[in-house]
Write a protein that binds this ligand. Structure first.
Ligand code: HEM
Ligand SMILES: *[C@@H]1O[C@H](CO)[C@@H](O)[C@H](O)[C@H]1NC(C)=O
Ligand SMILES: *[C@@H]1O[C@H](CO)[C@@H](O)[C@H](O)[C@H]1NC(C)=O
Ligand SMILES: *[C@@H]1O[C@H](CO)[C@@H](O)[C@H](O)[C@H]1NC(C)=O
Ligand SMILES: *[C@@H]1O[C@H](CO)[C@@H](O)[C@H](O)[C@H]1NC(C)=O
Ligand SMILES: *[C@@H]1O[C@H](CO)[C@@H](O)[C@H](O)[C@H]1NC(C)=O
Ligand SMILES: *[C@@H]1O[C@H](CO)[C@@H](O)[C@H](O)[C@H]1NC(C)=O
Ligand SMILES: *[C@@H]1O[C@H](CO)[C@@H](O)[C@H](O)[C@H]1NC(C)=O
Ligand SMILES: *[C@@H]1O[C@H](CO)[C@@H](O)[C@H](O)[C@H]1NC(C)=O
Ligand SMILES: *[C@@H]1O[C@H](CO)[C@@H](O)[C@H](O)[C@H]1NC(C)=O
Ligand SMILES: *[C@@H]1O[C@H](CO)[C@@H](O)[C@H](O)[C@H]1NC(C)=O
Length: 323
């Protein structure tokens, strides 16, 4: 009798715990509902990455912008409509790209398993897979089970995406508002090991830092001379420059080596050296193995920001419009 009661209680407890898990991200969420999902994402992403070495930077940044605005809910993919300007069309969207790859993946997934795989998970997986292509293996674990939001506002992108002109205090606050630590801030800034930046986002550091026609004293003068050959005036808004000179398509920890030589492109990069704790973390990231381990952990945290799970949100039919 007593053991029958105990059994019932155990069944109840595991049922309740099981329900709890419905609302969380987990490994291989689509295992039973769309067995091939992750392989389809990887195949299409790798096909494009093989052709376009700039793709990893595009998709990694897209994922960051998605997660920092309303959580990782694919709000970054929604198009503007008559009565609403979406995140995509906010100023910090500069050079966001790779939407075509996400759309191709979604189209294939809708053919294989209609209405099952969220756009939010596609962005998260594709960011991982694009960076992983050159390593021929997955560089970090991605938990799945995100669902899609149906709201995207340009004003929220402006308010939530940190500006490249930010100082350390502002960056720290921005990350803290997403429950990310200074460790995450430094480690994830290492993403700037790939990709490019537009001249107008840093040329004040070359030509008019304090309004006296001066350069930013915290910028390496040799590097500044080089950057001036690329960005010839304060008004250049179209030229882009590699953020990690010479290895901007290689995902490694070179960003931190450059940063130490005062070659961070943005004020927000240089800011990581202006705080003792943060600067110590920069030093730790000079060890490649440490960087890869930490990056993987911080990406997992970033990928969990404000996610919609369980019965919240929806599974969009097309990634650029809410159902
Ligand atoms: C710490 C605060 C951050 C600031 C202020 C910042 C700012 C910027 C800016 C201004 C650009 C250049 C955009 C352009 O000119 O087109 C950029 C590029 C990029 N960012 Fe960040 N970022 C930050 C954090 C991150 C994080 C957390 C990630 C991802 C984990 C990331 C990934 C990238 C990538 C991959 C690019 C290159 C994009 C391309 O080549 O098109 N950034 N970032
Ligand atoms: C993925 O690509 C591999 C190698 O090209 C292929 O063998 C496999 O069938 C593909 N899987 C899916 C689900 O597309
Ligand atoms: C990749 O580039 C090759 C040659 O430029 C082209 O034939 C192929 O269609 C491209 N593939 C994709 C997926 O864009
Ligand atoms: C825009 O219009 C649609 C109906 O066309 C409505 O559902 C939605 O709430 C409106 N959005 C805003 C931000 O007013
Ligand atoms: C970024 O926003 C501008 C308007 O601010 C828009 O013209 C442009 O098409 C947007 N870019 C993308 C990739 O959506
Ligand atoms: C990539 O990894 C797969 C197994 O995971 C292996 O079969 C293949 O040969 C590898 N490709 C290269 C170019 O190393
Ligand atoms: C950092 O930037 C913010 C916003 O621009 C400003 O209010 C603050 O005074 C700055 N902090 C420091 C330490 O410069
Ligand atoms: C941060 O954590 C707090 C407390 O656990 C939670 O209420 C909040 O929703 C979290 N914020 C984000 C953006 O995940
Ligand atoms: C440099 O900044 C100052 C103060 O903002 C401004 O008056 C001056 O016109 C700027 N110089 C150039 C070349 O834009
Ligand atoms: C500036 O960069 C050069 C290499 O381009 C390096 O030798 C020098 O040490 C750097 N200066 C500082 C202050 O880090
Ligand atoms: C957004 O999704 C929620 C469910 O998550 C739904 O109740 C609401 O009607 C949707 N709003 C729009 C404008 O589609």
């Amino acid at each position: 009798m007593a053991s029958a009661k105990l059994f019932l209680i155990l069944v109840l407890v595991s049922w309740v715990l099981g329900l709890g898990h419905c609302g969380e991200l987990r490994k291989n969420f689509y295992k039973t509902t769309c067995r091939q999902a992750e392989q389809i994402v990887q195949n299409i992403t790798w096909k494009h990455a093989a052709n376009n070495s700039a793709l990893p930077a595009k998709l990694l940044r897209m994922h960051f912008h998605d997660c920092f605005v309303r959580g990782c809910d694919a709000s970054v993919l929604l198009d503007s409509v008559a009565n609403n300007t979406a995140e995509k069309d906010a100023i910090p969207n500069l050079s966001l790209a790779g939407f075509d790859v996400i759309d191709e993946i979604k189209t294939q997934l809708e053919k294989s398993c209609p209405g099952v795989v969220s756009c939010a998970d596609i962005v998260t997986l594709a960011a991982r897979d694009s960076v992983s292509f050159k390593f021929n293996r997955s560089m970090w674990e991605v938990l799945t089970g995100r669902r899609d939001g149906n709201i995207s506002r340009a004003s929220e992108a402006l308010a939530n995406i940190p500006s490249p002109f930010s100082n350390f205090t502002t960056l720290k606050q921005s990350f803290a508002s997403k429950n990310l630590t200074v460790q995450d801030l430094v480690v994830l800034s290492g993403a700037h090991t790939i990709g490019v930046g537009h001249c107008n986002l840093f040329s004040n550091r070359l030509y008019n830092f304090t309004g006296k026609g001066d350069a930013d004293p915290s910028l390496n003068s040799t590097y500044a001379t080089f950057l001036k050959t690329k960005c010839q005036s304060l008004s250049d808004t179209t030229t882009t420059v590699e953020m990690d000179p010479g290895s901007s398509v290689t995902f490694d920890n070179d960003y931190f080596t450059s940063l130490k030589l005062q070659k961070g492109m943005f004020q927000s990069d240089a800011a990581l050296l202006t705080n003792k704790g943060s600067s110590n973390i920069v030093n730790e990231m000079l060890r490649s193995g440490k960087f890869f381990t930490e990056f993987s952990q911080s990406m997992k945290k970033m990928g969990a920001i404000g996610v919609l799970t369980g019965s919240s949100g929806e599974i969009r039919k097309k990634c650029n419009v809410a159902n």
